[in-house]
Design a protein around this ligand. Structure first.
Ligand SMILES: [Zn+2]
Length: 455
C-alpha cells in the first residue's frame, strides 16, 4: 500500500492475542473444535521460509543522500488527508510488539522516552546493518524472498532476496491527462505522478516524445519498456489502476483506439470516453506482452485508499472480461490484497486457470477471524491459488517497512495456522496435508504464479 498519513489514535489491544487465546480457552474447556491451533503446526508455519508476493521495501540510503522515492508509483502523501483502518495506524499495538522483537523497545515506555528509544535503536541498527538492513529485516520475518513493488530497485535490495515488480499504469496514459485528473481531489494529485513516470520511461528509452501512431507507441514504448524491465530483472508487473479509474477494462476496438491516439498524440485533451477506450485497449496490449515475456500481473484490488477512492470501481468481478480473454490466457494475474473485503467475488474468479490471489495487506487490516474465514473459504476450493504477502510499506520510524513486514508475516502465519487447524479438526484434510497447504500458501504457489525458482 502507498504510504498513509498520520491518523487519530486507534484501539489498544492486540486482536490476534485474543483470537489465539480464545482458541486455547476453547481447548481447555473441551469445547467443539477443541484442539485450538495445534502447537506443532503453529511452530511449523511460524518458521516456514516464505515468499512475500507483494511489498514495498525501502532501498538503503547512505547518510546525507536524498531519500528513496522509488518505493511506489502512487505514494498517497499528496492526496487530501484520509483515514485508514486501525490495523494500518502507526499507533496500533501490533507495531509495538514488532519494535520489541526487532529493537528490544520496552513495551511500557511512553512519550518522549519511547520515541527516543525507538529512534536511537532503529538508527543504530540501520547503521550497523548498512546495505544488509533489508535482508536482515526479511530474516527476522522468516521471509526468504520478497517481491518488491518499486519504480526501480535500489541499493541494499539484492537479487538473491528481492524480485522486482515495476508499475505499468503510466503506459496506459500516453495522452494529455488533464481531464482525467480533474475528476476528484485524489486523482488531481495522482495522474500527474503517472505522467511523470511515463516521461521517465520515455527518457529511459531515449525518446523525447511519444510516437505519432498507436502501432508505433505499442512497439517502441510499451513493448520496449516491458522488455527493458524484464532484462533488468523484473519478475512481474503491477497495476494500481483502481486509484485512477474503474477496473472494467472492457474489450476495445483497436481501430477506434488507434484513431483516438492519432487524434491527440500531438496535443489536445481527449474526452473521458475516448481516454477510457484507449486505456482499455492498452491494458490488454500490456497484459498480452507481459504474458509473452512470462511476467505475471498484479492488480491492486481492495477497499482503498483515499477519501475519493471508488469502491464500486474496485470490485474483483469487474476484471472478469480480462481474465476471460482467450488471448490473455498465457498471462498470469494476481488479485492482490485478496480483493478484500469482497473475498467471495475473488473466490469465484480463482477457477480461471491463470488467476491467483494474495493476502498482502489483508493480514494487516482484516479482523483476524475474517482473515481466517477468507483463508478457509479459498483453501477449501483452491489451495493452489492463494499466496502469502505483506504489503510492507514504510510509515516512518514508528512504522518502518521492516516492522510492517514482521507484523503482517506474524498475522498471516497465525491466521493460516488457525484456518488449517480448523480444517483438520473438521475432518477436511489430514495434518500432513495441512503442512503441505501451508508450504503452498507461504511459498510454492508464489513460485508457480510468478514462474520463479529461488536464486
Ligand atoms: Zn502495495
Amino acid at each position: 500500500m502507498p504510504t498513509a498519513r498520520p491518523l487519530p489514535p486507534g484501539h489498544s489491544h492486540s486482536r490476534w492475542a485474543v483470537l489465539v487465546l480464545a482458541a486455547s480457552l476453547a481447548s481447555l474447556a473441551g469445547c467443539d473444535r477443541s484442539q485450538g491451533p495445534d502447537p506443532t503446526l503453529v511452530e511449523y508455519i511460524d518458521t516456514l521460509a516464505a515468499v512475500d508476493a507483494h511489498a514495498h521495501p525501502m532501498a538503503w540510503v547512505a547518510p546525507g543522500q536524498p531519500p528513496d522515492t522509488d518505493f511506489d508509483a502512487l505514494p498517497l502523501s499528496g492526496i487530501p488527508g484520509f483515514q485508514v483502518p486501525v490495523g494500518l495506524r502507526p499507533d496500533n499495538p501490533a507495531y509495538r510488539i514488532a519494535q520489541e522483537a526487532l529493537y528490544h523497545i520496552d513495551p511500557t515506555d511512553t512519550g518522549s522516552v519511547y520515541v527516543e528509544a525507538l529512534d536511537s535503536a532503529r538508527s543504530a541498527t540501520l547503521k550497523e546493518k548498512g546495505t544488509g538492513f533489508a535482508s536482515w529485516a526479511l530474516d527476522r520475518a522468516y521471509i526468504r524472498y520478497m517481491l518488491a513493488n518499486r519504480i526501480a530497485m535500489g541499493s541494499g535490495l539484492p537479487a538473491s532476496r528481492f524480485g522486482w515488480i515495476p508499475f505499468e499504469d503510466a503506459l496506459m496514459l500516453p495522452l494529455d491527462i488533464r481531464r482525467e485528473a480533474a475528476r476528484t481531489p485524489d486523482t488531481q494529485a495522482l495522474y500527474p505522478l503517472e505522467a511523470k513516470l511515463l516521461a521517465r520511461y520515455l527518457r529511459d528509452l531515449g525518446l523525447t516524445r511519444i510516437p505519432s501512431t498507436l502501432r508505433g507507441y505499442e512497439r517502441d514504448v510499451v513493448a520496449a519498456t516491458l522488455k527493458k524491465q524484464k532484462d533488468a530483472g523484473a519478475v512481474g508487473l503491477k497495476f494500481e489502476a483502481a486509484y485512477l479509474r474503474s477496473l472494467d477494462f472492457e474489450p476495445a476496438d483497436s481501430g477506434v483506439a488507434a484513431a483516438i491516439y492519432a487524434r491527440y498524440a500531438r496535443g489536445g485533451v481527449p474526452t473521458h470516453q475516448e481516454y477510457t477506450t484507449l486505456e482499455n485497449h492498452l491494458f490488454r496490449v500490456i497484459a498480452r506482452d507481459a504474458g509473452s515475456l512470462g511476467l505475471t500481473i498484479q492488480i491492486h484490488v481492495t477497499e482503498g485508499f483515499g477519501s475519493y477512492y471508488s469502491e464500486r470501481g474496485s470490485s474483483p468481478l469487474l476484471l472478469e472480461s480480462v481474465f476471460d480473454d482467450p488471448s490473455l490466457r498465457s498471462t498470469n494475474f494476481v488479485i492482490t490484497h485478496g480483493g478484500w473485503p469482497r473475498v467471495r467475488e475473488t473466490l469465484t474468479l480463482l477457477n480461471k486457470p491463470n488467476v491467483y490471489t494474495d493476502i498482502s495487506m489483508m493480514d494487516l487490516l482484516a479482523e483476524p477471524r475474517m482473515l481466517v474465514d477468507a483463508l478457509r473459504l479459498w483453501l477449501g476450493e483452491w489451495p493452489g491459488k492463494v499466496l502469502f504477502g505483506t504489503d510492507a510499506f514504510d510509515g516512518g520510524a514508528a512504522q518502518g517497512w521492516e516492522q510492517v513486514a514482521w507484523v503482517a508475516s506474524r498475522n498471516a502465519r497465525r491466521a493460516l495456522s488457525v484456518a488449517l487447524d480448523g480444517m483438520v479438526d473438521d475432518g477436511e484434510i489430514t495434518p500432513a496435508r495441512a503442512r503441505e497447504i501451508a508450504r503452498m500458501v507461504m511459498r510454492e504457489n508464489a513460485l508457480r504464479a510468478y514462474h520463479l525458482s529461488l536464486p
